[in-house]
Design a protein around this ligand. Structure first.
Ligand SMILES: [Zn+2]
Length: 110
C-alpha cells in the first residue's frame, strides 16, 4: 500500500503548516479523510459558555484538530527528525515499518 504509513500511537513530525517542526503522538487516524489527530498539534480554541444548570464554568478550551496525513512524517528518535518509513518483515513474519535512514523499527507492540 502506498501512502504515508501513519497509524495510531505513532510519533510523528509535522512537515509543514502552522505547527511545522513539532512532534507528537497520533491519537486517531481517519483513513477516509486521510487526516489524523496528533497530540498537541493543530490546537484550536473552543469557547465554552458558562452554564450554571450543568455546572459548566465556561472559558477557553484548547483541543486538537485534524491534520492532513500529507503534512506528517514518522518521527525517528534515533535520527531525531521526521523520516520516511520502509516496509519490512520481522523475524516472526510480522509486517513492520522501519526508518529508511537508520533502520530503527517503529513497531513497538500493540
Ligand atoms: Zn532513523
Amino acid at each position: 500500500m502506498a501512502g504515508p504509513f501513519i497509524r495510531k500511537n505513532d510519533m510523528v513530525f509535522v512537515r509543514t503548516g502552522k505547527d511545522k517542526g513539532k512532534t507528537g503522538k497520533v491519537l486517531t487516524v481517519d483513513a477516509a479523510s486521510r487526516r489524523a489527530i496528533v497530540e498537541g498539534v493543530a490546537m484550536v480554541k473552543h469557547f465554552i459558555r458558562p452554564d450554571r444548570s450543568k455546572n459548566v464554568q465556561g472559558g477557553v478550551m484548547e483541543k486538537e484538530s485534524k491534520v492532513p496525513l500529507s503534512r506528517l512524517m514518522l518521527y525517528c528518535p534515533e535520527c531525531a527528525q521526521g523520516v520516511r518509513a520502509r516496509a519490512m518483515k520481522l523475524e516472526d513474519g510480522t509486517r513492520a515499518r522501519a526508518c529508511a535512514k537508520c533502520g530503527t523499527v517503529f513497531e513497538t507492540g500493540k
